[in-house]
Structures are given as C-alpha cells and as structure tokens.
Write a protein that binds this ligand. Structure first.
Ligand code: PEP
Ligand code: MG
Length: 872
C-alpha cells in the first residue's frame, strides 16, 4: 500500500507522535476529545525524510497528496485558498517527535495576497487587522522561506513608527500598515529579484519546504545533539486554519502552563496579550499580562480555558504547556504538549502526580529526564544574569555546573590565588595529572584541547567541578599568560564565566547560585532504586570522592585509578625515583616508600565504602606523565637519586613515546616492572586485612583490576605474581581474606578473545574510554578537534566518547559477554568508562546484562534513575 503522507487532525491521535510529531499528534488528540481546535492537517515526518532523500524536493506524489488535503481542509472549514468571498488563511508550523521549542520555524497568515487582504478587510470591517496580518505574513515568509533577514523589515517598521511619532506597533493605523506591506514587498523584490508570491498554494509549498529545511538548521542540529534526538526522525508540518488574536480588543493570544515550570507548583502560570498574534508574546515587543488577569478581560474564554486545562492535564496526566488564541471572545487551542520544566519542577510534579493519584511510582520515575538531574547537584548561573549574557565562545560541556572567576594559567597559580581567597578559572591548553591540586582549587576548568574523556574532563567530572574542554577557537599563549577569544585578549586576573553543561564561555562576571536539593529528590531516587536491577558504583580515587558518591547512592567503587594517588608532592618524589632507578633493587627501595601511603589510601577507601565492593585498578598511564618537566624539579630528582642532571634528562628523554596512549602503559608496566604491581598488591591486601579486622561484619573482598589486557597470556603472567604476593601476605597475617583478580576490557582484541581471558578473570570491567579510542582508532584527547566537522557532515550525530557507540563498541561488549560468560559462569561484569553515567549508554548496559555501571560521583543519581528507567 502506498504510504499516507497527510492526516487530517480528525484522523490522528496522541499515539501517532512518531508519524505526526508531538504537535500534530496532540492537535489530533485535542480534536478527538472535543476541544476547540482550528482544523487542518499534518504532513508526516516520513514526508520530511522523503524530502531529504529526494535532495530537498517535495516529490510529485507527496505534492499531490498535500493538494488533496488542502481541498479536504477547505471543505471542513468552508473556506477556500485565495477565495474572494471566504478566503482560507493558515498557519504552517513544525512539530518533531520530541518537542524542540524555538528550534524550527513557523509561518502565520499564509494565503494572503493583494486581493485577499482587501476581502478580509471589507468583510471584517477591520482594515487595520487585515493589513497587519499581511505585513506580518510578508515579513515571516521572507525571513523563514526566503531567508531575507528579519532586520530589514524591523528597520522599516522603526522608520514608520518614527515618521508617525508613535512608540508601539499597535499605534500604527491601517494606512500605515498598508504602506508597510508595500514597502516590505519592495524590499522582498530587491533582495530576491522577483515579486512576492501571490498564489496561496505556491506560498504553502514554499512554507512546507522551509519547515522541512529548518530541521537541518544549525540551532536544531545542536539542540538535537544536546538532547539525544536522532537526525533521522525528521519533523512533521502542521497546516492549521488561522484563529486571529489580533482582530481587536476582544481578541488576544497566550501561552500557559498548568503548573509552574520553574518550581512545579500547581496552578496556572503564563502570559496573555490582547490584540496580538502568537509571536508577539514570544518576541517581547509588548509586555504581556499575567494569565490570571485574563479573567477580567475575557471572563467566558478564561472560564473555558480553565476547564480545558483541567481536561488536558487529566487526559495527559502531566503538566501541559499550551498555546491558545481568543478571537472575538471565543477560545481556540493551538497547541498542547508536556511542558519543559526545570529539574526541581520535574521532581515536584512527578511526586505531586503520584500523590494526586494520577501517576504510579513507576510512571513518576519514567517521567524524569536523568540528564536534568545534573543541574540539581552543581552550582548554576543566576537565570536572569544568564539570559542577559551572550556567549563569546563554545567548547564541550565536559563537566556540568557553572563557574565564574579570575583567569589563571597554571595549576600552581590556581592554588596560590585560591589560598588568598580568590575565585579562579583555570585556563590551560590541556591539563595533566600534575595539575590536579590546581584543578581542585578552581571554580572551573577551561581547556583548548581535549575531548569528553580527556584528562581535564574525566578528572573534573570526578571532582564535580565545572569544565569546558576543547575550545579550539582559543588562541593560547601560555608562556605570556594570555589568550585570545572572539577577538579579545584575556589576561591573568580577568574575569571569565563558563558553563560546563552547555560548553558556553562568557566574558566577565555571571553570578552563580548554589544547587539546592529539594525533598522530592530522595523520594524519586528511592522509587528508582526499587525498580532498577543493575547496580550503580562510582569511579573514585579518594576517600572524599568515595564518601560523596556514597551520599549520592553509590553501591561500591567500580574504578579506583591508583595513579591519581601518586601526585601528592610527597609521593611524586618517591615515584620519580622509582621511574629513574637503574636496578630492580633501586626501584623496590623507592616503591617501599610509597607502599605504606598506598596502603593508607586503600584503608581509607574501604572505610568509606563500609563493606561495599571496591575495585582497585593497578597503575595505568605511561610513565612519562610522572616525570618532572621543570628544571628545578629535575635537579631535585638528580640530587635525591645521586645522579647527574644529564643522566636524569636522558632517562626522561628515553621515556618519550610517539603514541603514548598505545605505548608503555597499563599491564605493560606490570610486565616490565612486576615490582610495581607487587607493591600495589601488598598495599591492597594489607589494607583489606586491617579493615576487615576492625569491621568483622563488613564484606571486605578486594577486586584487583588489571588494565589494558589484550591477551590471555599477558593476564596470566601478571596475575601469577599478584596471586603469589597476595597469598603470601594473607598467609603471613593468618587471615582468611578472599580477593578477586579481574581485568578491564578496553582493547578490541580482549573483547574478541574474551572466551580465553574469562578463564583467568573473576570479572570484566569495560573501559569504554580506551575501548572507544582503540575501536575508532582516534585519540580520546584529540578527537574534539575534528568531531565538529563530523557532526556538520552528518557522519556522527554524537561524541562516541560521551555516548556509547552501540553499533561498534557496543557490539564488542556484547561479544565479550557472550564469549566470556559461558566459560566462567561466575564472571561479573560492569562498565567504568565515562559512558557509565550517560543515560542512553546505561540503558544499553542494562540491555546487554551488565551487573553494574560505574561513574563519577555526581553522575551516580543520573545512573540510578537511568538504570531504573531501563528496567521499567
Ligand atoms: C577506560 O579506558 O574506559 C577507563 C575507565 O580507564 P581510563 O579512563 O583511566 O583509561
Ligand atoms: Mg583505560
């Protein structure tokens, strides 16, 4: 059967959102339940995808169907396009499956031409209204369909107002508006080179194409990426007969919510404007009145609107966001949708709906967008101040929250300035492990290079510090402590504000407000925990992070990156000695200095986790990350080692690698320097024995994790001395401690040979940061530089380092599970790459049967909610 591309509102319903888009489906639903909706039809999302397949043309088949539906619409409304007696005027609006407020285009009053405008002027006895509609239509059509900038028309309006000595558009009379319409047409002709179209059908086809085209405009593309909306969905187009809010003082238009979208409080919330059309409310040309004031002016329409609100809320069982028009005192509904809301409002509304008996707990959990929870946990910009600000640049929103402070260029400066009470934003080309204390001392971190799993991004997320990474528009001059962005030079001490959720960068001060967690948060989280089956652990390297994560509901540590413990000034010296040692003995002597510190760290972690599982990953990064770069540090090391400076420099040079992320790191370090892994084993086991002694009721069972394994023999080799060392410690202590040795799956070869590896592993943990890097073959630290070009070219829709690539990397994960589990039925499996805190990735992990996801502490609530939604 041939595809049907058009549906009258009376033919659809709310369940047809995929085909009719949200707006179309809801217009149909409102029609079905008998609400006053100006009638029309919806052109499906499939027509949009077909338009793109046909090289941005509406093919004859679809064109014919649209024409057929124009006739049907004419019959229903009793009006006709271009008719001299009873002309049909329509609005043309976009409506995607998921609502994308303000992202795509709308055209009102379509169907007007020189003749029709005279007809409606005479019929209504209201020439002012008629010409106002016409000039608006020319303006919108020129802007949206022909892409002649709005500003040319606004300038003409301003000139007209100046000429007439008036301030407001409504003070212009019919003659003025007629003259404006003529000026607009002349403007159109001068810009486009042809006359403004007079045939309503030609106008309509132009408008439909423009709406289809707007699906691919830059702001829609960015919005989709930020909101996980696939490009392939396309938008529907709604052609609706006009109801006029601008016919006089007994007319008006408004936008209202059934509950406050900022707080969630029950009660009508919105704005209304008399004698106006929809875009006037949004554009802010006049100040609208509060919706409650509508009651005095339009008592009947207001009473009816209240009834409609109740009907709609009861019907959709959710807070509604509605657009309506009052034409000569009569109410018309133009749109309803589940309203966008702040995270705080989302939680309150969900709880209230449960208390009001409208929703089950399960449904309440499913209603909340997990990504929204971020805003509850981090400082945010003051909403008013943010509205008034314009971003001067954009990077990746790498770690959410908002930060405002003085620019510093080094981690040491960040620490020093922070100590004297200054708030700072650390701006770096990229960060390295050495910068950690400086990063901690900063309100926010801004980097020129690096992607969503770069050092800065990962560490900032772990700390809960705001971070914008990979803003390659910044021209950096670190040596002279300055950079240029958007044509302006910034120096140390200048104020800057960054938004780690959107990636926006602002010049100067935007005040921030602290996050407040309302009581509903705990309630929703409690419900989520009831429904989810997958555990949620955290990636934490310090007892403080672990405690925070526990507060936020983490049920264990899925990844402790032990290298982060080595950067303390006291330890780094010993570690550097270890690296620069010539003999095993020298190395062991240096490691012996570190061992008690590591043991103390691990004890503190076990204490913080109170008997919940702790996975400790052995040393992973390439050694060159630890060596000194400053001359003074090199000299200090030489002295400590009793070696010439030149020898130390030669060792440092020898550690240089061309491709360090694929170099001497991960378990390769344990193969070449078994003493490092032995030291770490001792520290882990001794710590566990001590904590178990102090807390006999806790389950203390260390999970030792070997990173970057690619071959069974490699794991076997490392595991052998880990087990020997551990068993010796346990025996010496006379303890019955149990422990596990598992591996990360982060190299494609490990996934491909998981049946072999599973024989030696107690658990698998997918390190999807490296697995993504190695599967795609591009660097997690540099991908940010070219990913934008990939989005623009529609090669990728998302950053694979932020959102798991289910088709490729996900397939490797599934394969590893399918191969590994039958060989070792006790194998437990999790994920600890950054994807463990991303909702769609969490859903995938649930689907493939992982036992847990592990993510940075502040993402734990997001993962809990996403895991519950995946299980519902
Ligand atoms: C990973 O590769 O996914 C991982 C968790 O390890 P890291 O990010 O420390 O390389
Ligand atoms: Mg890794």
């Amino acid at each position: 059967m041939a595809k049907k591309y058009c549906y009258l509102f009376s033919e659809g319903n709310a369940n047809m959102r995929e085909l009719l888009g949200g707006k179309g489906a809801n217009l149909a639903e409102m029609t079905n339940i008998g609400l006053p909706v100006p009638q029309g039809f919806t052109i499906t999302t499939e027509a949009c995808t077909q338009y793109y397949e046909d090289n941005r043309e509406i093919n004859p088949e679809i064109m014919a169907e649209i024409n057929e539906y124009i006739v049907k619409m004419e019959e229903i409304t009793g009006k006709k396009f271009g008719d001299k007696e009873n002309p049909l005027l329509v609005s043309v609006r976009s409506g995607a499956r998921a609502s994308m407020p303000g992202m795509m285009d709308t055209i009102l009053n379509l169907g007007l031409n020189e003749e029709v405008v005279e007809t409606i002027a005479a019929q209504s006895n209201n020439p002012r209204w008629a010409w106002d509609c016409y000039r608006r239509f020319i303006q919108m059509y020129s802007d949206v369909v022909m892409e002649v900038g709005k500003k040319y028309f606004e300038e003409l309006i301003d000139e007209m107002k100046a000429k007439k000595g008036v301030k407001q558009d409504v003070e212009l009379n019919a003659e003025d508006l007629k003259e404006l319409a003529n000026q607009f047409k002349a403007e159109y002709k001068s810009k486009i080179g042809s006359d403004f179209p007079t045939d309503p059908k030609e106008q309509l086809m132009g408008a439909i194409k423009a709406v289809f085209r707007s699906w691919d405009n830059p702001r829609a593309n960015v919005y989709r990426r930020d909101n996980d909306i696939p490009y392939s969905w396309g938008t529907a187009v709604n052609v609706q007969s006009m109801a006029f809010g601008n016919m006089g003082d007994d007319c008006g238009t408004g936008v209202a919510f059934t509950r406050d979208p900022a707080t969630g409080a029950k009660g009508l919330f919105g704005e209304f404007l008399t004698n106006a059309q929809g875009e006037d409310v949004v554009a802010g040309v006049r100040t609208p009145m509060h919706i409650s004031e509508m009651e005095q002016k339009f008592p009947e329409a207001f009473a009816e609107f209240n009834k409609v609100c109740k009907t709609l809320e009861d019907h959709y069982r959710d807070m509604q966001d509605m657009e309506f028009t009052v034409e000569h005192g009569k109410l018309y509904m133009l749109q309803t949708r589940n309203g966008k809301r702040t995270a705080q409002a989302a939680l309150k509304i969900a709880c209230d709906l449960v208390d009001e008996g409208m929703r089950t707990e399960e449904e309440a959990v499913a209603m909340i967008d997990p990504r929204n929870l971020d805003t509850l946990l981090h400082p945010q910009f003051d909403v008013k101040a943010l509205k008034a600000a314009t971003p001067m640049g954009k990077g990746l929103g790498a770690s959410p929250g908002a930060a405002c402070g003085k620019i510093v260029f080094t981690a040491d400066d960040a620490e020093a300035w922070n100590e004297r009470g200054e708030k700072v934003v650390l701006v770096r080309l990229e960060t390295s492990p050495e910068d950690i204390t400086g990063m901690k001392a900063s309100q926010g971190i801004l980097t020129v290079r690096g992607g969503m799993t770069s050092h800065a991004a990962v560490v900032a997320r772990g700390m809960g510090t705001c971070c914008v990474s990979g803003c390659s528009d910044i021209v950096m001059d670190e040596a002279n402590k300055k950079f240029t962005l958007a044509g302006k030079e910034f120096h140390e001490g200048d104020y800057i504000s960054i938004d780690g959720s959107t990636g926006n960068i602002y010049d100067g001060i935007i005040p921030t407000v602290d996050a407040t967690i309302a009581g509903e948060f705990g309630r929703i989280m409690g419900w989520a925990d009831k429904f989810r089956t997958m555990k949620v652990r955290t990636n934490a390297d310090t007892p403080a992070d672990a405690k925070k994560a526990r507060e936020l509901g983490a049920e264990g540590i899925g990844l402790c990156r032990t290298e982060h413990m080595f950067f303390d000034p006291e330890r780094i010296a010993a570690f550097r000695e270890m690296i620069c040692s010539d003999t095993v003995e020298e190395r062991e002597a240096a490691l012996a200095k570190i061992e008690p510190m590591q043991q103390a760290d691990f004890e503190a972690l076990y204490e913080a986790l109170e008997g919940n599982p702790v996975t400790i990953r052995f040393l992973d990064p390439p050694l060159h990350e630890f060596v000194p770069t400053e001359e003074a540090d090199i000299e200090a090391l030489a002295k400590a080692q009793n070696k010439p400076v030149e020898t130390i420099k030669a060792i440092i040079a020898s550690l240089h690698e061309f491709n360090p992320m694929m170099g001497h790191r991960g378990c390769r370090l344990a193969v070449t320097y078994p003493e490092i892994a032995k030291m770490q084993t001792k520290a882990v086991i001794k710590a566990a024995i001590n904590v178990k002694k102090n807390h006999p009721d806790w389950t203390v069972k260390p999970e030792i994790m070997i990173p970057l394994v690619n071959d069974i023999k490699e794991l076997k080799y490392v595991k052998k001395f880990v087990v020997e060392t551990a068993d010796a410690e346990i025996k010496a202590a006379g303890s019955d401690l149990e422990y596990e040795v598992g591996t990360m799956i982060e190299i494609p070869r490990a996934a491909l040979t998981a049946d072999e590896i599973a024989k030696e592993a107690d658990f698998f943990c997918f390190g999807t940061n490296d697995l993504t890097q190695m599967t795609f073959g591009f660097s997690r630290d540099d991908a940010g530089k070219f990913l934008n070009a990939y989005y623009d070219a529609k090669i990728y829709e998302n950053d694979p380092f932020a959102k798991l690539d289910q088709n490729g990397v996900g397939k490797l994960m599934e394969m590893a599970l399918e191969l590994g589990k039958p060989v070792n039925p006790k194998l437990h499996c999790g994920i600890c790459g950054e994807h463990g805190g991303d909702p769609t990735s969490v859903e995938f992990c649930n689907k493939i049967g992982l036992d847990y996801v592990s993510c940075s502490p502040f993402r734990v609530p997001i993962a809990r909610l996403a895991a519950a939604q995946a299980a519902i």
